[in-house]
Design a protein around this ligand. Structure first.
Ligand SMILES: Nc1nc2c(c(=O)[nH]1)N[C@H]1C(S)=C(S)[C@@H](COP(=O)(O)O)O[C@H]1N2
Ligand SMILES: [Mo]
Length: 532
């Protein structure tokens, strides 16, 4: 009789138990070092840019969840296999659990934020899984004296104490004893593992919640801007029902980062160090930052990985202090060509020093009237209009070094992305959405030229016809996108609509189709509209 599945389940239970205990161990110091987390993060970091780019274009912002799902699937498969193997060779299954723990520990050591404690949760997980498997194997089988020959089958005499049913498990030929599954021991062992594992996860959850920055953020008060901006003019919004809002609500703002567990930084604990090739290195606290002059800026930020027509772009009113005076205090030495900013989770970002002042970089603390959401960098992030996010928008920023590209290549630089990546002039069609009925319709969208003096013109071509000028909504500053719309008499059938933008310097966006790697996608957004 094949009871392999029972052993597969024992293997998976043991692994789940190990992960739960390891997660609890990590929660005591840093949830980022929990076993699944370190393995998934390392799995994300290893592949070359092309693979990542394929993954992002296929799964979008769900990429991280997909990677975590794959890691969990592999763990389940290996654990089930180890369980099945342990039927004949209990020691082998136990060893597989221990080795899995070591693999996790190695992944933890590869994380950019080093800590001697980093491998501990994975090692604990491997040990706990091994112990759970060993105990469950012990409790769920026992040896009974064989009655007669190895022919013993399902029905051992009921008097074989205590077990409701016994099944022959293995009977080595010639041996006098037979290992049988003891159903009661099996249920007690597995049940105990499930209960203790669930309690460990609940404990980990509780510890993590206590460690979250939610309380600190709720208590954070935003100072008033020394230079308040007038409200965004109503005319910045194209007068078209269903149109994308000019200011993106925080809850709908795209999120891109490498963090699987969002860094939790209390404002009270935050500090930012300016160092590297500077004459006067120094460190500021959140209180120091609040005492600095605050400005408000409406800025559209955008991800270099945004595909044509994509939505990794959003506009917010940021509150923050200008970065240039802070750099001047540190005194950048000649020879430095980049600012390397580092996030608390070890992610690094390289920003060209050349021309930096023109972009009016900010250290931002507020987004649309609230402290930065935790996902968007609470308590402090960088915002540099005109540069793609990966070279400008460090969230949870804790260190800014003046250095050189040669000495300190940043996270995405070593993965094949550009170091010089101004936001390219572009445009997107947002409306109409879905199927359209024939008659008067509006084609509308957004366009941006953040490093090119704003948008001066947007043109639309229907079915490869002549380029027609679209209406332009107001653009409060060249650092935001600009909405546009065009009335269109839709006739039944399929229509192709294309859009192109011209910046304030009179340069038309390029039609050349180029991929997002290494410095941003180009080409026109073209939509097929189905008119009934
Ligand atoms: N700490 C940290 N900051 C980061 C990143 C990251 O991976 N880690 N990604 C950058 C990228 S690629 C982009 S496009 C912007 C996105 O900012 P958002 O998530 O607030 O929209 O954050 C930037 N800042
Ligand atoms: Mo990005």
């Amino acid at each position: 009789m094949n009871r392999g599945w029972v052993y597969a389940v024992l293997g998976v239970l043991a692994a789940a138990f190990g992960v739960a205990i390891g997660t609890l161990a990590a929660a005591f110091f840093d949830a980022a070092f929990s076993p699944v987390e370190v393995v998934a993060s390392t799995a994300i970091d290893i592949p070359p840019a092309e693979v990542k780019e394929w993954a992002t274009s296929t799964f979008g912002t769900a990429t991280k969840s997909v990677v975590v799902g794959c890691v969990v699937a592999v763990v389940i498969a290996v654990a089930a296999w180890a369980g099945i193997q342990s039927r004949q060779r209990p020691a082998f299954g136990v060893q597989v659990m221990l080795i899995a723990g070591v693999v996790g520990a190695v992944a933890a050591l590869l994380r950019p934020v080093g800590s001697l404690l980093a491998p501990v949760p994975s090692l604990v997980a491997g040990g706990a899984a091994a112990l759970a498997l060993w105990l469950m194997l012990r409790w769920s089988t026992r040896e009974v004296a064989a009655v007669g020959t190895v022919e013993v089958s399902e029905a051992l005499p009921a008097e074989s104490a205590g077990s409701d049913a016994v099944t022959v498990l293995t009977a080595t030929e010639g041996s006098a004893d037979v290992r049988v599954i003891d159903r009661r021991g099996l249920l007690l062992g597995a049940g105990g593992v499930v209960i203790v594992g669930a309690a460990a996860l609940a404990g980990a959850r509780w510890l993590q919640d206590r460690a979250s920055a939610v309380v600190s953020r709720a208590a954070a008060l935003l100072p008033a801007a020394a230079e308040p901006l007038p409200a965004v003019p109503a005319a910045a919004q194209a007068p078209v029902p269903g149109m994308t809002p000019f200011v993106t609500p925080n809850a709908d703002f795209y999120r891109i980062d490498t963090a699987l567990i969002v860094p939790q930084v209390d404002a009270e604990d935050w500090s930012l160090t300016f160092d590297g090739m500077v004459t006067r290195p120094y460190t500021i606290t959140y209180a120091d930052l609040l005492a600095m002059p605050m400005v408000e800026r409406d800025v559209t930020i955008m991800c270099v990985s945004n595909p044509i027509g994509g939505d990794y772009i959003g506009t917010a009113r940021w509150l923050g202090t200008p970065l240039m005076p802070l750099l001047a205090n540190a005194g950048i030495e000649t020879g430095a060509d980049q600012l390397l900013s580092t996030s608390v989770d070890g992610w690094t970002c390289s920003t060209p020093l050349d021309g930096l002042a023109d972009f009016e970089p900010l250290l931002a603390i507020g987004m649309n009237g609230e402290p930065l959401p935790i996902d968007h960098g609470f308590p402090v992030r960088m915002i540099i209009p005109g540069l793609y996010g990966f070279i400008s928008a460090t969230k949870w920023v804790t260190r800014i070094q003046a250095t050189t590209y040669a000495a300190e290549p940043a996270y995405w630089t070593v993965r094949g992305w550009a170091t010089d990546a101004p936001v390219l002039t572009g445009s997107r069609i947002d409306l109409p959405k879905g199927r359209v009925t024939a008659g008067p319709t509006v084609i509308a969208g957004v366009a941006w030229a953040m490093a090119g003096d704003g948008i001066s013109r947007v043109e639309v071509s229907v079915d490869d016809g002549a380029w027609q000028d679209a209406n332009l909504a107001e653009q409060p500053t060249p650092r935001t996108w600009r909405q546009w719309w065009l009335d269109w008499e839709a006739t039944p059938g399929e229509h192709t609509v294309a859009v192109r933008a011209t910046n304030g310097l009179g340069e038309v966006q390029t039609s050349e189709v180029r991929d997002v790697v290494p410095s941003g996608a180009t080409g026109y957004d073209v939509r097929v509209i189905d008119v009934a």
